[in-house]
Design a protein around this ligand. Structure first.
Ligand code: 1CP
Length: 367
């Protein structure tokens, strides 16, 4: 890909000075926003978590040329990758290509990404003094490249579908900042919360403050909706989730929800669905460990739900995927529902199977 720096900076300067042009603010496909608003739709909207990524050969071409953070930090590359699933798979929403770990990076921590191993943060947080070293007030301004990528993506989308911005929930970010890498149990992160609760709460509050500023800037840059990822929320029981995750999620949702609808995805947190609903989120993401019926019951049939297809089930033959999707929509209902996976798509899913998932939602007809 030719990186055309001069023309990009012209576009970005223009976007920064002027409000977004009407053509990029008016959406040709607003199914997602209608579903978030509880409005009737002829069929549910569909997108896939991690839809911009490794199962797409066109993503792999850019991945082979540019390292992870170059892709994330170069607005032309981030925009091109964000648009790939819109052009190739036909989803009803775009999600910005970025990562939740740009926030710890902006707070002054080193974050590197390693093929096959995932992220590494060599200098982890161990105590209150480490928390006090973090950048908080100016951190959101170190993420200008994200806002530039949003502005550029909105221009290139030309209103075809809404753009979803996102951030990690404070507990999920603490996991990486304390553990230093991915983990099945994040036991060091949990032990930090148990043994140094004061430092843990100071860290969670610092991440919360940065995230609120970061998401407000994403809204100003043009995102139509936000998703908050608490991918590791399910590592806590209900009691500890209420101490170490929920209050911070609550602050974030409350601070942005009047400007922009928020989808709250807390994996494995079925025990606290009513509490998550009370945060004021417009929708809750559901994984496949809960049934649509149970999730509807727990949330009193009164909030938009998103999910919950097991991404590994996309390895089934396409006719089985189509049958499953129909059954899933029948179970959730067509209103207050966003068809999606229960977690991110995995790299070994054939592109045709991802397309079959999306197509089955588009062809859905209630009997
Ligand atoms: O080079 C690569 O392709 C590396 C894989 C990859 C990708 C495609 C990483 C590393 N991040 C991303 C992009 C990404 N990350 C997006 C893009 C937008 C889209 O969804 O299409 C999003 C939303 C994320 C969010 C993210 N990053 C989460 C929350 C969502 C989830 O899947 O639970 C988490 C936990 C991360 C951390 C992270 N970044 C990358 C990896 C491999 C991981 C997980 C590490 C671990 O195992 O703990």
């Amino acid at each position: 890909m030719e990186l055309c720096r001069r023309s990009l900076s012209n576009i970005l300067n223009m976007v920064k000075q002027e409000p977004l042009p009407i053509s990029t603010r008016i959406l040709k496909n607003d199914l997602l926003l209608k579903a978030l608003d509880g409005k009737p739709v002829h069929r549910p909207p569909v997108w896939m978590m991690r839809q911009a990524g490794r199962y797409l050969p066109q993503y792999m071409e850019l991945k082979n040329k540019y390292d992870f953070f170059t892709r994330v930090q170069t607005p032309e590359l981030a925009a091109a990758i964000t648009l790939q699933p819109i052009d190739l798979i036909g989803t009803d929403a775009a999600i910005l290509f970025s990562d939740i770990l740009v926030v710890p990076q902006a707070m002054g921590m080193e974050v590197t990404m390693h093929e096959g191993k995932g992220p590494a943060l060599p200098a982890v947080i161990r105590c209150m003094e480490d928390v006090e070293q973090l950048i908080v007030e100016e951190a959101a301004w170190h993420l200008q490249y994200v806002y530039d990528a949003i502005a550029l993506t909105k221009q290139q989308l030309e209103g075809r579908v809404p753009l979803i911005g996102f951030a990690g929930a404070p507990w999920t970010l603490l996991c990486y900042m304390v553990e230093g890498k991915g983990s099945k149990t994040f036991d060091k992160a949990k032990a930090f919360c148990y043994t140094q609760p004061e430092a843990a709460h100071a860290l969670l509050q610092a991440i919360t403050d940065v995230t609120i500023a970061y998401l407000r800037n994403q809204i100003k840059a043009g995102v139509d909706c936000l998703q908050l990822f608490d991918s590791w929320g399910g590592l806590w029981d209900k009691e500890d989730f209420a101490i170490f995750s929920l209050p911070y999620i609550q602050q974030i949702v409350q601070s942005v929800k009047y400007e922009c609808p928020v989808i709250l995805y807390a994996k494995g947190v079925w025990h606290s669905l009513p509490e998550l609903q009370e945060t004021g989120a417009a929708a809750l993401g559901i994984d496949w460990c809960n049934t649509p019926q149970q999730a509807r019951k727990l949330t009193n049939h009164s909030i938009t739900l998103q999910g919950n297809y097991d991404p590994v089930k996309l390895l089934n033959p396409v006719n089985k995927i189509s049958q499953d999707v129909k059954a899933m929509i029948d179970a959730f209902g067509t209103t207050r529902y966003i068809a999606n996976l229960g977690h991110g798509i995995i790299p070994n899913i054939p592109v045709d199977h991802a397309k079959a998932f999306v197509q089955a939602v588009k062809e859905y007809k209630a009997e």
